[in-house]
Design a protein around this ligand. Structure first.
Ligand SMILES: Cc1cc2nc3c(=O)[nH]c(=O)nc-3n(C[C@H](O)[C@H](O)[C@H](O)COP(=O)(O)OP(=O)(O)OC[C@H]3O[C@@H](n4cnc5c(N)ncnc54)[C@H](O)[C@@H]3O)c2cc1C
Length: 397
């Protein structure tokens, strides 16, 4: 962790998902007195072929954060290359970690072991108190903030100098403070599952932009198992959820152009509605911050959600390293402006990318294909893109 005097402030973290748990742990390790509130301890998610069906792609910057707080999960699958191609084109892009002198572009991490590791570390931390219940209301004043918790009808109050809301996309804290959100309906759903493939994934993340939405085959620690995130229209998602396993595998083999041979077996599928949203501010009151999905929700096509949440935390820790008594007026102004700008840029980029690849106008298709070919021949530009995607460089700050 960063140097300097130990932090002494008191903090409530509402929501113990990946972002909230890492936030509580990081602040506790800096010396803050932390209360983490969640409805329950994380439960194991649906598993198939011996792995959690829920996976997130973590950038090297996110990995560094988790390693710093000693919460890096024991099984993380490194991906060394990424191949991107599209339904209408003949060009493809390949990003290789070696081009930026790295041995991996990032890791695919199963959510259940990640949360387990974080929560075990929290339970071992003497200055962390875990409280179970639902955050239902917030009253901030000039001197402190009160969070009201509902535990099976019994309402309790917690007070601290700072409240960090990391209670996800439907944040109760954000709603209690009437923070407006902008919501972009994508009209899409993601179908997710785990599949067994004929050929090994070669530690590569495969992503094909179909007109209806991107399909990602993401490597796991088993060379023949990949997790699937397939974004598509709601109507297509419903039709594909209704397919039998054999038909689903045949379809997946076809739409992935057999990049990993036959898709031999698929675990039960899940479908999620995909919306992008952004809160009007990351700092609705001097004593309240919004982090992670409570602040913004992005389309999963670039695997950025948790990474942006961890980035929020890294920027917050820089502020705390300067001053951690949480009583300084305007302490979070710059942080809040920067996080909002960063979120806005990422939301617009992902919306633009989705629209670019979803456009079936032949001229747009030609331009896209020519552009991909041009980009593919410019090593320096590819290096910049990799540095941005891995968090080694931030083009929007
Ligand atoms: C299909 C799909 C694929 C994705 N793939 C990736 C990927 O590859 N890489 C990536 O970085 N991101 C990915 N994401 C996004 C990622 O899952 C989210 O960005 C991430 O889970 C956000 O973390 P969080 O901690 O902010 O919120 P959450 O994970 O939503 O956690 C919120 C926590 O708050 C708790 N909570 C909620 N309400 C209350 C309340 N009232 N009181 C108390 N506690 C409460 C919940 O129990 C939960 O523990 C994907 C998302 C989807 C839908």
């Amino acid at each position: 962790m960063s140097g300097g005097a130990p932090a002494t402030g008191s903090v409530i973290v509402a929501g113990g998902g990946p972002v909230g748990a890492a936030t509580a742990l990081s602040l506790a390790k800096l010396g803050c007195t932390v209360t983490l509130v969640d409805r329950q301890r994380p439960l194991p998610g649906p598993a198939a072929f011996g792995m959690d069906v829920r996976n997130v792609a973590l950038s090297p910057r996110s990995a560094a954060l988790l390693q710093q707080v000693e919460a890096w999960p024991s099984h993380a699958a490194a991906y060394k290359k990424m191949r991107v191609w599209e339904e209408r084109g003949t060009s493809y892009l390949e990003f290789d970690a070696t081009s930026v002198g790295r041995s991996e572009l990032g890791w695919l991490v199963e959510v259940a072991p990640l949360l387990e590791r974080l929560w075990q570390a929290l339970e071992a931390q003497p200055n962390v108190c875990l409280v179970f219940g639902s955050a239902v209301d917030v009253v901030p004043t000039a001197t402190e903030v009160t969070l009201f918790i509902d535990d099976e009808g019994k309402i309790t109050e917690l007070q601290a100098q700072l409240l960090i809301a990391s209670d996800g996309a439907n944040s109760a804290v954000r709603q209690a403070l009437n923070v407006p959100i902008r919501n972009w309906q994508t009209g899409q759903m993601a179908v997710t599952t785990v599949v067994r493939t004929e050929q090994p994934h070669d530690d590569t993340a495969w992503q094909r932009f179909l007109l209806d939405g991107p399909l990602a085959l993401l490597p796991s620690i088993n060379p023949h198992l990949c997790s699937i995130v397939w974004s598509q229209s709601e109507a297509q998602a419903q039709a594909r959820m209704a397919l039998g396993d054999a038909d689903f595998c045949t379809l997946l083999t076809r739409v992935s152009e057999g990049c990993l041979g036959q898709i031999q077996e698929a675990a039960p599928r899940q479908a999620f509605a995909l919306n992008q949203q952004l809160a009007a501010t990351a700092n609705p009151h001097q004593r309240v911050l919004l982090l992670g999905d409570a602040l913004r929700v992005v389309h999963p096509l670039a695997g950025l959600g948790v990474n942006l949440g961890f980035e929020d935390l890294q920027e917050l820790l820089l502020v705390v390293a300067q001053d951690a008594d949480f009583n300084v007026p305007g302490q979070w102004d710059k942080f809040a402006r920067q996080r909002l700008l960063r979120s806005e840029i990422m939301l617009r980029s992902l919306k633009g990318l989705k629209e670019l690849y979803g456009n079936d106008n032949p001229w747009v298709g030609w331009l896209r294909n020519a552009g991909v070919g041009w980009f593919g021949r410019r090593q320096w530009l590819q290096r910049k893109a990799i540095e941005e995607a891995t968090g080694l460089r931030n083009l929007s700050s």
